[in-house]
Design a protein around this ligand. Structure first.
Ligand code: NIG
Ligand code: FE
Length: 410
Protein backbone atom coordinates (compact mmCIF):
# COMPACT_ATOMS: atom_id res chain seq x y z
CA UNK A 1 0.00 0.00 0.00
CA UNK A 2 1.29 3.48 -0.77
CA UNK A 3 0.07 6.55 1.04
CA UNK A 4 1.02 10.11 0.21
CA UNK A 5 0.13 13.20 2.18
CA UNK A 6 0.88 16.57 0.62
CA UNK A 7 0.63 19.41 3.14
CA UNK A 8 1.08 23.19 3.05
CA UNK A 9 -0.03 23.36 -0.59
CA UNK A 10 -0.12 26.99 -1.70
CA UNK A 11 -3.26 26.21 -3.72
CA UNK A 12 -4.94 22.95 -4.61
CA UNK A 13 -6.30 23.61 -8.09
CA UNK A 14 -9.28 22.24 -10.07
CA UNK A 15 -10.59 20.48 -7.00
CA UNK A 16 -14.11 19.66 -5.86
CA UNK A 17 -16.98 17.22 -6.04
CA UNK A 18 -19.18 19.14 -8.48
CA UNK A 19 -16.91 20.05 -11.39
CA UNK A 20 -18.84 19.19 -14.60
CA UNK A 21 -17.29 17.13 -17.39
CA UNK A 22 -17.65 19.99 -19.89
CA UNK A 23 -16.95 23.63 -19.02
CA UNK A 24 -18.04 26.44 -21.38
CA UNK A 25 -18.78 30.13 -21.73
CA UNK A 26 -18.14 32.39 -18.72
CA UNK A 27 -17.58 29.33 -16.51
CA UNK A 28 -14.33 28.70 -18.36
CA UNK A 29 -12.89 31.67 -16.50
CA UNK A 30 -13.38 29.98 -13.12
CA UNK A 31 -11.23 27.34 -11.46
CA UNK A 32 -12.13 25.98 -8.04
CA UNK A 33 -9.13 26.17 -5.70
CA UNK A 34 -8.40 25.68 -2.03
CA UNK A 35 -5.61 27.87 -0.69
CA UNK A 36 -3.28 26.56 2.01
CA UNK A 37 -4.45 23.00 1.50
CA UNK A 38 -3.64 19.34 2.02
CA UNK A 39 -4.24 16.33 -0.21
CA UNK A 40 -4.13 12.67 0.83
CA UNK A 41 -3.74 9.89 -1.73
CA UNK A 42 -3.88 6.15 -1.08
CA UNK A 43 -2.83 3.73 -3.80
CA UNK A 44 -3.29 6.46 -6.39
CA UNK A 45 -6.78 7.40 -5.20
CA UNK A 46 -7.69 10.71 -3.58
CA UNK A 47 -9.02 9.90 -0.09
CA UNK A 48 -9.11 13.35 1.51
CA UNK A 49 -8.39 17.00 0.82
CA UNK A 50 -9.19 20.36 2.34
CA UNK A 51 -7.83 23.43 3.99
CA UNK A 52 -4.82 23.01 6.34
CA UNK A 53 -7.03 24.44 9.10
CA UNK A 54 -9.29 21.41 8.78
CA UNK A 55 -6.52 18.87 8.67
CA UNK A 56 -6.94 16.38 11.47
CA UNK A 57 -3.32 15.22 11.68
CA UNK A 58 -2.05 11.72 11.03
CA UNK A 59 -3.10 8.59 12.94
CA UNK A 60 -1.23 6.01 10.97
CA UNK A 61 2.29 6.80 9.79
CA UNK A 62 3.01 3.35 8.34
CA UNK A 63 4.09 3.45 4.67
CA UNK A 64 3.27 7.14 4.54
CA UNK A 65 5.23 9.62 2.44
CA UNK A 66 4.73 13.17 3.64
CA UNK A 67 5.47 15.93 1.15
CA UNK A 68 5.73 19.46 2.48
CA UNK A 69 4.63 21.50 -0.56
CA UNK A 70 5.72 24.74 1.06
CA UNK A 71 4.64 27.30 -1.54
CA UNK A 72 4.00 24.88 -4.37
CA UNK A 73 0.75 24.41 -6.28
CA UNK A 74 -0.91 21.04 -6.82
CA UNK A 75 -2.87 20.57 -10.02
CA UNK A 76 -4.47 17.70 -11.93
CA UNK A 77 -2.13 16.61 -14.73
CA UNK A 78 -2.73 17.92 -18.23
CA UNK A 79 -4.57 15.70 -20.71
CA UNK A 80 -3.19 15.72 -24.24
CA UNK A 81 -6.09 14.78 -26.50
CA UNK A 82 -4.28 15.06 -29.85
CA UNK A 83 -0.78 13.76 -30.61
CA UNK A 84 1.21 11.85 -33.20
CA UNK A 85 3.81 10.61 -30.69
CA UNK A 86 4.81 7.48 -32.64
CA UNK A 87 7.13 8.46 -35.50
CA UNK A 88 10.48 7.35 -36.84
CA UNK A 89 12.51 10.54 -36.98
CA UNK A 90 12.40 14.32 -36.74
CA UNK A 91 12.05 16.62 -39.80
CA UNK A 92 14.14 19.68 -39.02
CA UNK A 93 15.18 19.97 -42.69
CA UNK A 94 11.59 20.98 -43.49
CA UNK A 95 11.76 23.54 -40.69
CA UNK A 96 14.84 25.05 -42.35
CA UNK A 97 13.10 25.04 -45.74
CA UNK A 98 10.17 26.91 -44.25
CA UNK A 99 12.56 29.49 -42.82
CA UNK A 100 13.85 29.92 -46.36
CA UNK A 101 10.35 30.64 -47.61
CA UNK A 102 8.57 27.41 -48.54
CA UNK A 103 5.11 26.81 -47.09
CA UNK A 104 3.96 23.60 -45.35
CA UNK A 105 1.83 22.79 -48.41
CA UNK A 106 4.74 23.41 -50.85
CA UNK A 107 6.99 21.09 -48.83
CA UNK A 108 4.29 18.41 -48.82
CA UNK A 109 3.84 18.76 -52.61
CA UNK A 110 7.60 18.04 -53.02
CA UNK A 111 7.31 14.71 -51.16
CA UNK A 112 8.02 16.12 -47.69
CA UNK A 113 5.42 16.28 -44.93
CA UNK A 114 3.38 13.25 -43.95
CA UNK A 115 4.72 11.13 -46.84
CA UNK A 116 8.27 11.82 -45.68
CA UNK A 117 7.42 10.51 -42.19
CA UNK A 118 5.60 7.52 -43.72
CA UNK A 119 8.67 6.43 -45.74
CA UNK A 120 10.82 6.49 -42.59
CA UNK A 121 8.28 4.71 -40.45
CA UNK A 122 7.73 1.94 -43.00
CA UNK A 123 11.47 1.15 -42.78
CA UNK A 124 11.70 1.03 -38.98
CA UNK A 125 10.91 -2.10 -37.00
CA UNK A 126 8.27 -2.23 -34.29
CA UNK A 127 10.70 -2.49 -31.37
CA UNK A 128 12.67 0.58 -32.37
CA UNK A 129 9.50 2.59 -32.91
CA UNK A 130 8.32 1.51 -29.48
CA UNK A 131 11.59 2.49 -27.78
CA UNK A 132 11.61 5.92 -29.39
CA UNK A 133 7.98 6.64 -28.53
CA UNK A 134 8.46 5.35 -24.97
CA UNK A 135 11.33 7.80 -24.43
CA UNK A 136 9.24 10.67 -25.82
CA UNK A 137 6.39 9.81 -23.46
CA UNK A 138 8.74 9.84 -20.47
CA UNK A 139 9.62 13.41 -21.43
CA UNK A 140 5.95 14.39 -21.90
CA UNK A 141 5.19 12.99 -18.44
CA UNK A 142 7.93 15.12 -16.92
CA UNK A 143 6.23 18.14 -18.54
CA UNK A 144 2.95 17.33 -16.79
CA UNK A 145 1.06 15.17 -19.26
CA UNK A 146 -0.99 12.61 -17.38
CA UNK A 147 -3.11 11.17 -20.23
CA UNK A 148 -2.29 10.94 -23.89
CA UNK A 149 -4.03 10.26 -27.19
CA UNK A 150 -1.78 8.90 -29.96
CA UNK A 151 -2.66 8.58 -33.64
CA UNK A 152 -1.43 6.25 -36.34
CA UNK A 153 -1.20 7.82 -39.81
CA UNK A 154 2.52 7.68 -40.58
CA UNK A 155 2.20 4.14 -41.91
CA UNK A 156 -0.13 4.52 -44.90
CA UNK A 157 0.23 0.86 -45.86
CA UNK A 158 -1.70 -1.98 -44.28
CA UNK A 159 1.40 -3.36 -42.56
CA UNK A 160 2.79 -0.05 -41.38
CA UNK A 161 -0.54 1.27 -40.05
CA UNK A 162 -1.05 -1.94 -38.07
CA UNK A 163 2.56 -1.77 -36.88
CA UNK A 164 1.96 1.75 -35.52
CA UNK A 165 -1.22 0.71 -33.74
CA UNK A 166 0.51 -2.31 -32.20
CA UNK A 167 3.22 0.02 -30.91
CA UNK A 168 0.51 2.20 -29.33
CA UNK A 169 -1.05 -0.89 -27.76
CA UNK A 170 2.32 -1.76 -26.19
CA UNK A 171 2.72 1.83 -24.99
CA UNK A 172 -0.69 1.62 -23.29
CA UNK A 173 0.60 -1.26 -21.22
CA UNK A 174 4.07 0.13 -20.54
CA UNK A 175 3.81 3.86 -19.85
CA UNK A 176 1.88 4.03 -16.58
CA UNK A 177 -0.57 6.67 -17.84
CA UNK A 178 -3.88 6.46 -19.73
CA UNK A 179 -3.28 6.26 -23.48
CA UNK A 180 -5.97 6.25 -26.18
CA UNK A 181 -5.29 5.02 -29.72
CA UNK A 182 -6.65 6.67 -32.83
CA UNK A 183 -6.57 5.07 -36.28
CA UNK A 184 -5.56 7.74 -38.83
CA UNK A 185 -4.96 5.64 -41.93
CA UNK A 186 -6.60 8.54 -43.80
CA UNK A 187 -3.84 11.02 -42.94
CA UNK A 188 -2.68 11.47 -46.58
CA UNK A 189 -2.93 9.54 -49.83
CA UNK A 190 0.20 7.48 -50.56
CA UNK A 191 1.85 8.70 -53.81
CA UNK A 192 0.75 5.62 -55.75
CA UNK A 193 -2.91 6.35 -54.90
CA UNK A 194 -2.79 10.05 -55.71
CA UNK A 195 -4.96 9.57 -58.79
CA UNK A 196 -6.95 6.67 -57.36
CA UNK A 197 -8.33 7.69 -54.01
CA UNK A 198 -11.04 5.07 -53.94
CA UNK A 199 -8.48 2.23 -54.15
CA UNK A 200 -6.71 3.47 -51.00
CA UNK A 201 -10.03 4.01 -49.21
CA UNK A 202 -10.96 0.41 -50.11
CA UNK A 203 -7.68 -0.67 -48.49
CA UNK A 204 -8.62 1.19 -45.32
CA UNK A 205 -12.11 -0.34 -45.33
CA UNK A 206 -11.29 -3.89 -46.36
CA UNK A 207 -7.77 -4.55 -45.08
CA UNK A 208 -7.03 -2.20 -42.20
CA UNK A 209 -10.30 -1.74 -40.29
CA UNK A 210 -11.23 -5.45 -40.03
CA UNK A 211 -7.87 -6.25 -38.36
CA UNK A 212 -8.07 -3.16 -36.13
CA UNK A 213 -11.55 -4.24 -35.04
CA UNK A 214 -10.53 -7.85 -34.47
CA UNK A 215 -7.41 -7.03 -32.45
CA UNK A 216 -8.93 -4.06 -30.60
CA UNK A 217 -6.16 -1.79 -31.85
CA UNK A 218 -7.96 1.57 -31.73
CA UNK A 219 -10.46 3.58 -29.71
CA UNK A 220 -11.05 6.38 -32.22
CA UNK A 221 -10.91 7.01 -35.96
CA UNK A 222 -9.51 10.15 -37.56
CA UNK A 223 -9.40 11.58 -41.09
CA UNK A 224 -7.42 14.61 -42.28
CA UNK A 225 -10.27 16.47 -44.01
CA UNK A 226 -8.50 19.17 -46.01
CA UNK A 227 -7.88 20.48 -49.52
CA UNK A 228 -5.40 18.10 -51.24
CA UNK A 229 -6.05 15.46 -48.56
CA UNK A 230 -9.52 13.99 -47.84
CA UNK A 231 -12.79 15.56 -49.02
CA UNK A 232 -15.84 15.75 -46.78
CA UNK A 233 -17.41 12.88 -48.74
CA UNK A 234 -14.30 10.71 -48.38
CA UNK A 235 -14.17 11.49 -44.67
CA UNK A 236 -17.81 10.46 -44.28
CA UNK A 237 -17.29 7.16 -46.06
CA UNK A 238 -14.31 6.27 -43.85
CA UNK A 239 -15.88 7.38 -40.57
CA UNK A 240 -19.08 5.45 -41.28
CA UNK A 241 -17.04 2.31 -41.88
CA UNK A 242 -14.98 2.91 -38.72
CA UNK A 243 -18.14 3.27 -36.66
CA UNK A 244 -19.10 -0.27 -37.65
CA UNK A 245 -16.07 -1.41 -35.62
CA UNK A 246 -17.02 0.77 -32.65
CA UNK A 247 -14.45 3.49 -33.43
CA UNK A 248 -15.59 6.97 -32.43
CA UNK A 249 -14.76 9.78 -34.89
CA UNK A 250 -12.23 12.41 -33.81
CA UNK A 251 -11.02 14.36 -36.83
CA UNK A 252 -8.56 16.87 -38.30
CA UNK A 253 -10.57 19.68 -39.95
CA UNK A 254 -10.27 23.36 -40.89
CA UNK A 255 -6.47 23.54 -40.58
CA UNK A 256 -6.02 25.47 -43.83
CA UNK A 257 -9.43 25.61 -45.48
CA UNK A 258 -13.12 25.45 -44.62
CA UNK A 259 -14.76 22.56 -46.44
CA UNK A 260 -17.82 21.94 -44.28
CA UNK A 261 -16.11 19.08 -42.46
CA UNK A 262 -17.11 20.30 -39.01
CA UNK A 263 -20.85 20.07 -39.70
CA UNK A 264 -20.43 16.60 -41.20
CA UNK A 265 -18.25 15.38 -38.31
CA UNK A 266 -20.76 16.65 -35.74
CA UNK A 267 -23.54 14.91 -37.66
CA UNK A 268 -21.52 11.67 -37.54
CA UNK A 269 -21.15 11.91 -33.76
CA UNK A 270 -17.50 13.04 -33.59
CA UNK A 271 -16.15 13.29 -30.05
CA UNK A 272 -13.88 16.13 -31.16
CA UNK A 273 -12.99 18.24 -34.19
CA UNK A 274 -9.39 19.38 -34.08
CA UNK A 275 -7.25 22.23 -35.51
CA UNK A 276 -9.90 24.87 -36.42
CA UNK A 277 -7.37 27.54 -37.34
CA UNK A 278 -10.05 28.53 -39.85
CA UNK A 279 -13.61 28.81 -38.61
CA UNK A 280 -16.70 29.91 -40.58
CA UNK A 281 -20.07 31.02 -39.22
CA UNK A 282 -21.66 27.73 -40.17
CA UNK A 283 -18.98 25.80 -38.26
CA UNK A 284 -19.87 27.72 -35.11
CA UNK A 285 -23.57 27.02 -35.69
CA UNK A 286 -22.84 23.32 -36.17
CA UNK A 287 -20.88 23.14 -32.91
CA UNK A 288 -23.35 25.05 -30.76
CA UNK A 289 -25.30 22.70 -28.51
CA UNK A 290 -23.53 19.61 -29.89
CA UNK A 291 -21.67 16.95 -27.85
CA UNK A 292 -18.53 17.47 -29.95
CA UNK A 293 -15.47 19.12 -28.35
CA UNK A 294 -13.65 21.58 -30.65
CA UNK A 295 -9.92 21.28 -29.97
CA UNK A 296 -7.32 23.96 -30.74
CA UNK A 297 -3.62 23.26 -31.29
CA UNK A 298 -1.78 26.56 -30.83
CA UNK A 299 1.74 25.07 -30.97
CA UNK A 300 1.00 24.03 -34.56
CA UNK A 301 -0.08 27.60 -35.42
CA UNK A 302 3.11 28.88 -33.82
CA UNK A 303 5.44 26.48 -35.56
CA UNK A 304 4.14 26.63 -39.13
CA UNK A 305 2.99 30.23 -38.92
CA UNK A 306 -0.72 29.87 -39.54
CA UNK A 307 -3.56 31.69 -37.75
CA UNK A 308 -4.50 30.79 -34.18
CA UNK A 309 -8.01 29.41 -33.70
CA UNK A 310 -10.66 31.86 -32.57
CA UNK A 311 -11.36 30.43 -29.12
CA UNK A 312 -12.86 33.69 -27.85
CA UNK A 313 -15.61 33.39 -30.47
CA UNK A 314 -16.51 30.00 -29.01
CA UNK A 315 -16.59 31.38 -25.47
CA UNK A 316 -18.94 34.16 -26.64
CA UNK A 317 -21.18 31.51 -28.19
CA UNK A 318 -21.18 29.34 -25.07
CA UNK A 319 -19.33 26.54 -26.88
CA UNK A 320 -16.68 24.61 -24.91
CA UNK A 321 -13.26 23.79 -26.33
CA UNK A 322 -10.10 21.86 -25.46
CA UNK A 323 -6.43 22.62 -26.08
CA UNK A 324 -3.92 19.96 -27.12
CA UNK A 325 -0.34 19.77 -28.37
CA UNK A 326 -0.57 18.04 -31.80
CA UNK A 327 2.95 16.74 -31.01
CA UNK A 328 4.35 15.47 -34.35
CA UNK A 329 7.60 15.77 -36.31
CA UNK A 330 6.20 18.04 -39.03
CA UNK A 331 4.01 20.80 -37.66
CA UNK A 332 4.57 20.58 -33.88
CA UNK A 333 7.83 19.09 -32.60
CA UNK A 334 6.94 19.93 -28.99
CA UNK A 335 4.49 18.14 -26.72
CA UNK A 336 4.99 20.59 -23.86
CA UNK A 337 1.54 21.60 -22.65
CA UNK A 338 2.84 24.42 -20.43
CA UNK A 339 3.97 26.05 -23.67
CA UNK A 340 0.52 25.42 -25.20
CA UNK A 341 -0.91 27.12 -22.11
CA UNK A 342 1.34 30.16 -22.70
CA UNK A 343 0.46 30.42 -26.38
CA UNK A 344 -3.25 30.09 -25.60
CA UNK A 345 -2.95 33.07 -23.27
CA UNK A 346 -0.62 35.31 -25.24
CA UNK A 347 -1.83 34.56 -28.78
CA UNK A 348 -5.43 33.39 -28.38
CA UNK A 349 -6.19 35.91 -25.64
CA UNK A 350 -7.45 33.33 -23.19
CA UNK A 351 -7.08 33.92 -19.48
CA UNK A 352 -4.88 31.41 -17.62
CA UNK A 353 -8.04 29.92 -16.07
CA UNK A 354 -9.85 29.53 -19.41
CA UNK A 355 -6.83 27.82 -20.93
CA UNK A 356 -6.34 25.53 -17.92
CA UNK A 357 -9.94 24.33 -18.09
CA UNK A 358 -9.34 23.57 -21.77
CA UNK A 359 -6.19 21.57 -20.92
CA UNK A 360 -7.76 19.49 -18.17
CA UNK A 361 -11.54 19.00 -17.85
CA UNK A 362 -12.43 19.66 -21.50
CA UNK A 363 -9.36 17.83 -22.78
CA UNK A 364 -10.30 14.76 -20.71
CA UNK A 365 -13.73 14.87 -22.36
CA UNK A 366 -12.12 15.12 -25.82
CA UNK A 367 -10.39 11.79 -25.21
CA UNK A 368 -13.26 10.01 -23.50
CA UNK A 369 -11.65 10.13 -20.05
CA UNK A 370 -13.95 12.43 -18.10
CA UNK A 371 -14.50 9.76 -15.48
CA UNK A 372 -10.89 9.56 -14.40
CA UNK A 373 -8.87 12.54 -15.63
CA UNK A 374 -8.71 16.31 -15.48
CA UNK A 375 -9.76 17.18 -11.93
CA UNK A 376 -9.08 16.36 -8.30
CA UNK A 377 -11.99 14.81 -6.42
CA UNK A 378 -12.58 12.07 -3.85
CA UNK A 379 -12.13 8.57 -5.20
CA UNK A 380 -10.48 9.74 -8.42
CA UNK A 381 -7.15 8.58 -9.78
CA UNK A 382 -6.20 11.48 -12.01
CA UNK A 383 -2.43 11.92 -11.98
CA UNK A 384 -1.40 15.16 -10.30
CA UNK A 385 1.44 17.60 -10.70
CA UNK A 386 3.34 19.50 -8.06
CA UNK A 387 4.83 22.77 -9.30
CA UNK A 388 8.01 24.48 -8.25
CA UNK A 389 7.61 27.35 -5.78
CA UNK A 390 5.68 29.91 -7.82
CA UNK A 391 3.76 33.05 -6.86
CA UNK A 392 0.49 32.30 -8.68
CA UNK A 393 -1.22 29.97 -11.13
CA UNK A 394 -0.88 32.59 -13.88
CA UNK A 395 2.89 32.44 -13.40
CA UNK A 396 3.02 29.12 -15.26
CA UNK A 397 1.78 30.41 -18.67
CA UNK A 398 3.48 33.77 -17.99
CA UNK A 399 6.97 32.32 -17.51
CA UNK A 400 6.91 30.61 -20.92
CA UNK A 401 9.73 28.21 -21.61
CA UNK A 402 10.41 27.54 -17.92
CA UNK A 403 9.93 24.01 -16.65
CA UNK A 404 7.79 24.66 -13.58
CA UNK A 405 6.49 21.15 -12.96
CA UNK A 406 8.66 19.66 -10.24
CA UNK A 407 7.05 16.29 -9.64
CA UNK A 408 4.28 14.08 -11.00
CA UNK A 409 2.29 11.60 -8.92
CA UNK A 410 0.47 8.84 -10.81
O1 NIG B 1 -1.97 17.63 -37.18
N1 NIG B 1 -2.53 18.13 -40.22
C1 NIG B 1 -2.25 16.95 -40.31
N2 NIG B 1 -1.42 16.24 -39.55
C2 NIG B 1 -0.44 16.75 -38.67
C3 NIG B 1 0.83 17.09 -39.34
C4 NIG B 1 1.48 15.93 -39.93
C5 NIG B 1 2.88 16.14 -40.43
O2 NIG B 1 3.22 17.17 -41.05
O3 NIG B 1 3.63 15.19 -40.22
C6 NIG B 1 -1.02 17.89 -37.87
O4 NIG B 1 -0.56 19.04 -37.92
FE1 FE C 1 -2.60 16.38 -35.79
Amino acid sequence: MSKILIKNIKALVQVGEHIPSVIKGKKMGEIPMIESAFLAIEDGEVIAYGSMEDWGGIDDWRDLEVIDADGRFVLPAFCDAHTHTVFARSREEEFVNRIKGLSYQEIAAKGGGILNSARRLQEMDEDELFEKAFARIELLKSYGTGALEIKSGYGLTVDAELKMLRVIKRLKAACGIEIKATFLGAHAFPAEYKENHSAYIELIKNEMLPVIGKEGLADFIDVFCETNYYSVEEMEEILLEGKKYGLIPKVHVNQFTVLGGIRKAVELGALSVDHLEELADDDVLALKGSACMPTFLPSCSHFINIPYGNARLLIENDIPFALASDFNPGTTPSGNLSFVWSLACSKMKLTPEEAFNALTVNAAYAMGLSDTQGKIALGRRSPIMITKQIPSLAYIPYAFGDQLIERMIY
